[in-house]
Design a protein around this ligand. Sequence first.
Ligand code: HEC
Length: 160
Amino acid sequence: MNTQDRKFKRTFIWTGLGLVGLFILIQLIPVTHDNPTVTQEIQWNSSETRALAQDACFDCHSNETVWPWYSYVAPVSWRVAGHVHEGRQRLNFSEWDQPNENAHEIIEAITSGEMPLRDYLLMHPEAQLTDEGTQVLAAGLEQTLAADPPIERQGRPRRD
Ligand code: HEC
């Protein structure tokens, strides 16, 4: 092996070790995997609507998140936890005693295909709504929201 090769090999090994060290270090940054108490779940119009929402939306829009193993491995954990906490802030079916102001965007979020998030569907292909599922969920949510609309905000600071 000539000097160049040896230098290359050494750089390669140290870079690898550096990356492994960095990977181990970032695991020490705390990430919250919480499921706060369900204070008041929305009154679903049917168990079918609930089941569809549970499959497609609950992981980010309820306090019943199923945290997968990769949500414990940084840096993926940061992204997953970010989505869950941001998702809950916008809309939380488990805290219907809070003003869920973004609820009026629900139908559009589903029919436009914006929700469930693309990232999520990569890891949860079963959460992909079929055309029929989209229609049934949208219609069910429309009825659900008509009967149990989000409460009015009362001079509290906006949460989003
Ligand atoms: C992987 C997590 C995740 C899933 C699953 C998910 N959402 Fe979201 N949702 C978010 C995040 C994050 C935001 C806020 C940022 C944004 O809009 O992209 C959001 C925002 C929203 C909003 C507020 C309007 C808006 O566009 O910002 C609505 C309404 C919504 N989601 C509905 C749903 C519905 C209904 C489902 C199920 C069909 C669903 N979401 C599934 C993460 C998720």
